[in-house]
Design a binder for this molecule. Structure first.
Ligand code: IPM
Ligand code: SF4
Length: 467
């Protein structure tokens, strides 16, 4: 029997094979760090008198807490400021390269890794962050780890972890015009639930996946963790190689050809077996928006707010009831009748250049509705530069949106000064709509950049085609 892509990459990195059901010791090719969840790992290293085993395979960036208004201090939260200072100090002390606010490589960890050519097909990559799954878009096995595991990887460049099962998500057909990778992944999570991928690495396959750009594949893999999966993967192909070709530090000439030959071999064998398979018809997917407080509580935009009675299990009914109360929504009302006061375009899900282009396209020649605040935060300094080069900054500011000069997580998680006030309601291009995610009492509807921009113009949840 053949092997899946995930099995091949896993086997290539297995240093010690665990007993049945036990953990394998996995070699780590790339270790990314940000300021949250890492101070204690460095404290642990210091206490044990250890060094960082492979600082040259480790890169840090500050993204969660940083203000996005200027490269200068500007923190409103001393705890957030402290974490950034600690990461700078720890990176310096242990010889770890770091991208700081104001640097040209700086940005959200999952955006800068690919941009800077740090992730390549067939690698293993970890980071103290659940959305590390983003990097699976390159055919790498990439997943989030906790603080004690960060310490272990810093010290040894290896990690004890359970070998996941294999899941295939086959996406047939083609996405209709105006429907994006975000809608695809939201439709998937709505179908399989927030636990649908638990214990598995998902390999996304089929023509609709192959047709996606690298940006789209990153959006797809980014939200794999919202389906509970360990990681998401797309097999590398010409689209992957074209993206990587221009990245810093890529090999040239014969060395490049040898890399491409190896990357091309990274495919699931025709006779490989998946533990679980799901098939989705891309041509039936329409733009999605979330109505509840987990990403599976999402529907096509032309739908209506569900009633708890619509759900099959008692658990789902109770979750819907609680979500409706928190979100202050009436069952049966149209999703497109929900008024909003804030729109956030950004995050590691949808803060890349294609996402900003899609939002700008909708805003061109239009204005953000009175009483609506729209925030556009680039995912990286490179995305910011590209947006300015293309004149997108003028489209955003001309429409009345606030376009930020510095990259960061910003209103995705409300760890910097960009938060919703209690009771405020946002359409957000991020990946989580949990209670209080964008500030205490905040209400979040996740959607694609185009839907977010259209909603900003209309002042309520709106599809671009309805403007
Ligand atoms: C702060 C960090 C650990 C967290 C994560 O792991 O994902 C954050 O990035 C998030 O999106 O909730
Ligand atoms: S942008 Fe949001 S989801 Fe991504 S790493 Fe930052 S907080 Fe997490």
């Amino acid at each position: 029997m053949g092997s899946t892509l995930a099995q091949k990459v896993w086997a290539d990195h297995t240093v010690l094979r665990g007993e049945a059901g036990g953990d394998d010791l996995l070699y780590v090719d790339l270790h990314l760090l940000h300021e949250v969840n890492t101070p204690a790992a460095f404290d642990g290293l210091r206490a044990a008198g250890r060094t960082v085993r492979r600082p040259e395979l480790t890169v840090s960036t500050e993204d969660h807490n940083v203000p996005t208004t200027s490269p200068l201090d500007g923190f409103d939260d001393p705890a957030g400021r402290r974490q950034s200072v600690q990461l700078r100090d720890n990176s310096d002390a242990f010889g770890i390269p770091m991208y700081r606010r104001g640097d040209e490589e700086h940005g959200i960890v999952h955006v800068v890794g690919p941009e800077q050519g740090l992730v390549r097909p067939g690698m293993t990559a970890v980071c103290c962050d659940s959305h590390t799954t983003t990097l699976g878009a390159f055919g790498a096995i990439a997943f989030g780890i906790g603080t004690s595991q960060v310490e272990h990887v810093l010290a040894t460049q290896t990690l004890w972890t359970r070998r996941p099962k294999d899941m295939a998500v086959n996406v047939t057909g083609a996405l209709p015009a105006g429907t994006t990778a975000k809608d695809l992944v939201m439709a998937l999570i709505a179908a399989i639930g927030t636990g649908g991928g638990q214990g598995h690495i998902i390999e996304y396959r089929g023509p609709a996946v192959e047709a996606l750009s690298m940006e789209g594949r990153m959006t797809l893999c980014n939200m794999s963790v919202e389906a509970g999966s360990k990681a998401g993967l797309v097999a590398p192909d010409e689209t992957t190689f074209a993206y990587l070709r221009t990245r810093p530090g890529m090999p040239q000439g014969a060395e490049w050809d040898a890399e491409v030959a190896y990357w091309t071999s990274l495919r699931t064998d025709p006779d490989a077996r998946f533990d679980k398979e799901v098939t989705l018809d891309a041509s039936a997917i329409r733009p999605y928006v979330s109505w509840g407080t987990n990403p599976a509580q999402s529907l096509p935009l032309d739908g209506r707010v569900p009633s708890p009675a619509d759900f099959d299990t008692a658990t789902q009914r109770a979750a819907a009831e609680r979500a409706l109360a928190y979100m202050d929504l009436e069952p049966g009302s149209r999703l497109t009748d929900i008024g909003i006061d804030t729109v956030f375009v950004g995050s590691c899900t949808n803060g890349r250049i294609e996402d900003l282009r899609a939002a700008a396209e909708v805003l061109r020649g239009r204005r953000v509705a009175d009483g609506v605040r729209m925030l556009v935060v680039p995912g990286s300094a490179a995305v910011h530069r590209q947006a300015v080069d293309e004149g997108l900054d003028r489209v955003f500011t001309g429409a009345g949106a606030d376009f930020r000069p510095i990259a960061g997580c910003s209103m995705c998680c409300g760890l910097n000064e960009d938060r919703l006030r209690s009771g405020q309601r946002a359409v957000s291009t991020s990946n989580r709509n949990f209670e209080g995610r964008q500030g205490k009492g905040s209400r979040t509807h996740i959607a694609s950049p185009a839907v977010a921009a259209a909603s900003a113009v209309a002042g309520r949840i709106t599809a671009p085609t309805d403007l």
